[in-house]
Design a protein around this ligand. Sequence first.
Ligand SMILES: *Cc1c(COP(=O)(O)O)cnc(C)c1O
Length: 432
Amino acid sequence: MKFYSTKNKSLKKSFREATLIGLPSDNGLFMPEYMPNHTKLVKGIKNLSLHDISYLIAESFMNEDLSNGNIEDIINDAITFSAPVVDLRKNKYILELFHGPTLAFKDFGACFMGRTMEKFVANSDKQLNILVATSGDTGSAVANGFYEVEGINVIILYPSGKISSIQEKQIATLDKNIYSLEVEGTFDDCQKLVKKAFLDENINSSISLSSANSINISRLIPQTFYYFYAYSQININQDVVFSVPSGNFGNLTAGIFSKYMGLPIKKFIASTNSNDVVPKFIKTGNYYPKSSVETISNAMDVGNPSNLQRILDLYEDVYRIRKDICSWSFSDNETKEEIINLYKNYKYLLDPHSAVGLLGLKKYLKSVSEDNIGIFLGTAHPSKFSDIIKPIINEDIKIPSRLKKMIDKNKRSIKIKNSFDEFSDYLLSNFK
Ligand SMILES: *Cc1c(COP(=O)(O)O)cnc(C)c1O
């Protein structure tokens, strides 16, 4: 399998190259040249584990570049946590994607990408150094996904005082191959430092740099595994509906891949917070990207979602998109009400992102028939957003033990000024 650029279908790269370079040189996004057919897998899915499903799908995308043994290793090391479906009654199910190291679905992509890159750099005598600027969630998932990966260092830059204390712990308490820099500046400053490093001749001539961008194709492939696994867990013989709380639309794109591979999906609901450029686009056919607005589901505060390029590449136009996807946006107030409502009635606590997913699912079921079976994606554990949820429900929130362990550890990050010279000195004196 080769991967083409959405901007130029004749620019094709191997899976290895697409993973290591992240973005095609023409600034498009990598796409698989065809979707593997997994209708046979779907027929026998009831007898398969998450591990089996993951292996079969991964193999169909990666078998030209990695041996079966290597693919098996990657799955074993990356998919170490489950993705259970929980019945919330009246045909609504939540797919809990927050059982990984940082309690969010991004762990699937980051862990898989880390282990895949580890295979690609094995036997090379040079260390690969991954630079990441983060405003919170991506950095913590990448730090944990690459922890103890051999041959790769990860250097994470985060803005001092501008990420949550839990996120800081998830990034800055790791040792070994994970290095964190607390920058006296904003997220944009961190991003500028990283961008400048990639262009700096002096740095690039002495150390090899790479990125772990969220639009890397090796982060998208593992996100298809749990759509299949979710379907395998509910006992029905009808097409299902998936509601996906969306920001950059990577998760939704992985769902669409799954449908193209043969998973019987009747409809997608792309649920957003007030950042509503995609719902508006699907409704009107006009796409107007804009600056993001702040909401309580802040990992979805995106004003120009990058994966829309991939969705358009698959569907070609908005009329075809409308057949498969409907999209609505929900306000913070609606989100808060939904959190309270579910907690009161079912004692089930949602984080704000997952709550947006449930709102989309309910709206859809109301608009068609309640007989449809719907699954919404639970993208983060509520304890990650306890500062937002606690005042909403007026109760303390239980913190899972794996998160508690991190909170008790000491911060190891190094503080630097918002200065390229200081950053460059740090890189050149610590890495080879
Ligand atoms: C990143 C994130 C999302 C949005 O996912 P996309 O793939 O960017 O659409 C939703 N919820 C949580 C908790 C996230 O961290």
